[in-house]
Design a protein around this ligand. Structure first.
Ligand code: HEM
Length: 122
């Protein structure tokens, strides 16, 4: 297995993650029924986000905290949802990649999920 090296790698990772997340019994409905995301327009945005974090491209110009705060207003997010999100993300990384950036992706996800949880849920 290889490490995460390009934008295309990040697209593969996220396509894999959302293929699991959208049909997940615990968090799937949040994407499909609550936020009703359009994967085609959502994917490039989250790809920019992870590309900025892992490859330093500076392509993401959004505010994830505000987005999830808004989501929390539409349906109460709990630790169960965050734990599930993280498990699916970690699994998606481990199923496709290994190496320094793969490890970094999991660590960043963990750190951001924790700070998101503390800021918007507690
Ligand atoms: C309980 C866990 C989570 C759930 C259920 C969730 C769900 C969602 C949903 C439904 C959206 C679309 C919002 C919209 O466009 O209206 C979204 C956007 C996004 N999420 Fe999450 N999310 C979770 C945790 C995380 C974490 C931990 C991260 C980062 C490590 C993250 C990164 C993002 C990003 C970058 C966007 C795009 C924001 C933008 O449009 O600029 N999410 N999330």
């Amino acid at each position: 297995m290889k490490d995460i090296e390009t934008r295309h790698d990040i697209e593969c990772l996220l396509t894999h993650f959302y293929s699991q997340a959208l049909q997940d019994e615990i968090i799937g409905f949040i994407f499909t029924d609550v936020a009703k995301i359009n994967l085609k327009s959502h994917l490039p945005i989250v790809t920019d986000f992870w590309e900025t974090l892992l490859l330093g491209t500076n392509s993401y110009r959004g505010n994830p905290m505000a987005k999830h705060q808004q989501l929390h207003g539409m349906m109460t997010l709990t630790a169960v949802h965050f734990d599930r999100w993280l498990l699916l993300f970690h699994n998606a990384v481990d199923e496709l990649f290994e190496g320094r950036r793969a490890t970094e992706a999991k660590a960043r996800a963990q750190a951001i999920a924790t700070s998101m949880y503390l800021q918007i849920v507690r």
